[in-house]
Write a protein that binds this ligand. Structure first.
Ligand code: T5A
Length: 199
């Protein structure tokens, strides 16, 4: 399994942990491409700016579709070619963020949000999802920069955390929970063990 997602509430440690996992895989001789969502392409980064810095008037369906649009571009421009080349792709957030935040957090419904993403991504779907599970309050306290969505605070993050839990229960073979409240070295070791077991 080469397309690996790092997921979780804001501040769960996705960027830090994905970077450490990439270092370990490269050390073992693997080619690794790292991407982040929203973003990862010129179009995606422009959409990121709209998504995270727009005023509060953005309606939830617009938000869901903009995330899906940025992701579709990333899949076609970066992820599919990297996988075809045999690289690992480690993604700091994926479609599972949309399912959790827009589907669960914004109450749009997981299946409604899944639809435009299935259409946009086709078969470029994360094979392994590492869910870094941390108490939302701890996550928000770890963050060093706020954005339009994290500014909404604990209530949204609690709903998002619940959505991740429900997703992990409905897709237990794809989504693996890691206790992200542990020491960082332990979290990284647990992630590497999951990746090794899935390979
Ligand atoms: N969003 C995104 C959606 O609503 N739908 C979508 O489809 C997508 C793709 C931006 C926002 O967009 C939303 C979710 C977000 O609200 P983002 O830029 O990924 O997405 O925003 P954040 O998740 O907020 O990113 P952060 O960088 O803040 O959080 P990370 O990456 O989870 O955390 P990280 O690695 O930066 O770590 C934060 C701090 O914690 C420390 C790190 O050293 C760092 O200082 N840390 C730990 N400390 C102690 N113990 C550990 N185990 C630690 N792990 C990390």
């Amino acid at each position: 399994m080469r397309y690996i997602a790092f997921e979780g509430v804001d501040g769960a440690g996705k960027t830090t942990v994905a970077g450490r996992v990439a270092d370990a895989l490269r050390h073992d001789g693997f080619d690794v491409v790292m991407v982040r969502e929203p973003g990862g392409t010129p179009i995606g980064e422009a959409v990121r700016q709209i998504l995270l810095e727009a005023g509060e008037s953005m309606v939830p369906r617009t938000e869901a579709l903009l995330f899906a649009a940025a992701r579709t571009q990333l899949a076609a421009e970066v992820i599919e070619p990297a996988l075809a080349h045999g690289s690992f792709v480690l993604s700091d957030r994926t479609v599972y963020s949309s399912l959790a935040y827009q589907g669960g957090g914004r109450n749009l419904g997981v299946e409604s949000v899944r639809e435009p993403n299935v259409w946009g991504l086709g078969k470029v779907w994360p094979e392994l999802v590492i869910w870094l599970d941390v108490d939302p309050e701890t996550g928000l306290s770890r963050e060093d920069g706020a954005d339009r969505i994290s500014n909404e605070g604990p209530a949204l993050m609690q709903a998002v955390a619940g959505a991740y839990r429900a997703l992990s229960e409905s897709e237990p073979e794809r989504i693996h929970r890691i206790d992200a409240g542990q020491d960082l070295d332990r979290v990284v070791a647990d992630c590497l063990a999951v990746i090794e077991a899935a390979s």
